[in-house]
Design a protein around this ligand. Structure first.
Ligand code: ME8
Length: 522
């Protein structure tokens, strides 16, 4: 019997339903989508999870303000998020909603286990209470606020609240050990250092229930309390694959996740609280918490007050002018995957589109296929090896780039992975300029040489296209169709072996990325 395929599990944050979807949500989900597609192309059994975070006081308040129930609000906005994911053709395997029964019951099971193990206990929280906002502040925060409500200006009052607490303090050492043993547990490194710095300040137990509102999962056995939205939300990564069911669901084979991909603002919850909860539950740790940075918009932070979010309408504008693949490519190569923020500017988008997609990928494929059409009647020539010029060993060069790409993808370094593919395309361009098949073609004696050169070009572009497919699935599908390359085989590495392109294959001319003027953008 064949070995079962190696599993791969990747998650996005689950998005709050009290906001409208924007570039940030599309960005994180697209990064995960590229990785998921790439792992599938490599034959792995992939589970790609996204969804919505639907509980909490904010949802309750927004719903009340609109005169609808929190669930009605959640239904409406969860549908909106799903619409965005489908519009972008994001290939998630499941979309979890925290109001679903499967999630609620497993969160309660998990919390019950934590109560039994003593990791959750009933305690008192003393703090500074903002009566208008129904919110507690710690001493440090209250001092910062001048002991007055930032909203009403009324003085904060000293008050105690009875809550259930998670014994986070008990996990200090184990977390330090985890970070020490697994330097890649939190990436990029700047984010890891941030967490380590805060960890050194020492950990305090955290309240994990609330009694001042109702829109949450009831605490098992004490329905006065609802489970704090962050604990509820983090658990989605486990409940979606049935980790808190008894017995574990079929999907438990995916556990633990290879990557929890998040934005940097929610790092503490994912890098410290979540691993500690998993330790308390006796569940294995994820491979990596990957916290990317932020998109800013035309040089400014995106914020509600500035109203400058790159929203769904704007994204649709880009997609209808440039195509979804161009947006994916831009996000993956120019986005804030590292430790610094990136600016989403129209001019930069247009520039990247023109330089990388029109002038490089598109031009190289169209120039090659046009020559094959003109000099070889639109058929792939024999693998003669006659095209080899100078010291370039194509097989060696492409296999080096393929290895680099696969290694980078495995590590979720999308920019580096895409760059390896682009290097192949740029090398083809240089090769055409060096060998000048369009000049050689004037001399019938050189026809073997021309054919050899064009085989190399076609084959190198084919290999690069296999590597680019996870980033630009629609345009590469067009190329596959025009060059009769067939469907992906499920073994990306083998597919990228040099010489797999069959002589005699009919090659049609392609124009993958039309040249556009910046003004054309609505
Ligand atoms: O935080 N640039 O949900 P959320 C890049 N429900 N990415 C951005 C971004 C920006 N400017 N703004 C947002 C929540 N994001 C919780 C998560 S998970 C258990 C619970 C992305 O709707 C980024 O991935 O506020 C960020 O972490 C996420 O959206 C926050 O989404």
């Amino acid at each position: 019997m064949a070995e079962p395929a190696e599993t791969a599990y990747i998650t996005t944050p689950i998005y709050y339903v009290n906001d409208r979807p924007h570039i940030g949500h599309a960005y994180t989900t697209t990064l995960c989508d590229i990785w998921a597609r790439s792992m599938r192309a490599g034959g792995r059994d992939v589970f790609f999870l996204t969804g919505t975070d639907e509980h909490g006081v904010k949802v309750e308040k927004s719903a009340r303000a609109r005169g609808i129930t929190p669930l009605e609000l959640a239904n409406e906005n969860a549908a909106e998020f799903r619409k965005v994911m489908d519009l972008f053709e994001l290939t998630y395997d499941d979309f979890i909603r925290t109001t679903e029964a499967r999630h609620v019951s497993q969160v309660q099971t998990a919390v019950r286990r934590l109560l039994e193990s003593g990791d959750v206990y009933l305690g008192e929280f003393e703090g500074w209470y903002d009566e208008g906002q129904e919110e507690y502040h710690t001493e440090t925060k209250a001092k910062e606020l001048g002991y007055a409500s930032p909203i009403s200006g009324q003085p904060l009052v000293r008050a105690t609240q009875t809550n259930y607490f998670f014994r986070l303090s008990a996990y200090q050492e184990r977390l330090e050990r985890l970070f020490g043993e697994r330097p890649d547990f939190v990436r990029p490194e700047a984010r890891r250092n941030e967490v380590l710095g805060r960890l050194r300040d020492g950990l305090q137990d955290v309240p994990i229930t609330r009694t001042n509102f109702e829109w949450g999962i009831p605490f098992p056995g004490d329905e006065e309390h609802v489970i704090y939205v962050w604990i509820d939300a983090l658990m989605n990564y486990a409940t979606a694959v049935g980790m808190c069911e008894e017995p574990d669901g079929d999907r438990s084979r995916y556990w633990p996740a290879d990557f929890h991909v998040i934005g940097k603002e929610i790092l503490w919850f994912h890098a410290v609280i979540w691993p500690a909860v998993l330790m308390a539950l006796g569940l294995p740790q994820p491979g990596c918490i990957y916290a990317h940075s932020f998109w800013i918009s035309e040089g400014q932070k995106m914020s509600k007050s500035l109203g400058n979010f790159i929203d769904l309408e704007q994204l649709q504008g880009y997609m209808s002018t440039y195509g979804t693949d161009a947006l994916r490519y831009f996000m993956a190569t120019q986005g804030p995957q590292g430790a610094t923020d990136s600016d989403f500017s129209r001019a930069q988008f247009h520039e990247t589109y023109t330089t990388d997609l029109v002038n490089t990928v598109g031009n190289c494929a169209s120039r090659t296929s046009a020559m094959v059409d003109k000099y070889l009647g639109g058929t792939c020539p024999a693998r003669s090896g006659e095209g080899a010029v100078g010291a370039l060993d194509w097989s060696d060069f492409t296999s080096g780039q393929v290895r680099e790409h696969l290694d980078a993808m495995d590590r979720f370094e999308l920019g580096r992975a895409i760059e390896a593919a682009m290097r192949i395309i740029r090398r083809v361009d240089t090769y055409i300029n060096e060998t000048q098949p369009f000049k050689l073609a004037r001399d019938p004696e050189e026809s073997g040489q021309v054919a050899g050169i064009l085989y190399d070009c076609l084959e190198a572009i084919r290999i690069a296209s296999c590597l680019l497919e996870s980033t630009m699935p629609a345009r590469i599908a067009e190329l596959r169709a025009a060059w009769n390359l067939g469907a992906a085989s499920g073994d990306l590495e083998a597919e990228c072996g040099w010489g797999r392109l069959e002589p005699g294959t009919v090659i049609s001319k392609v124009a993958l990325f039309p040249r556009l003027e910046l003004e054309e953008q609505a």
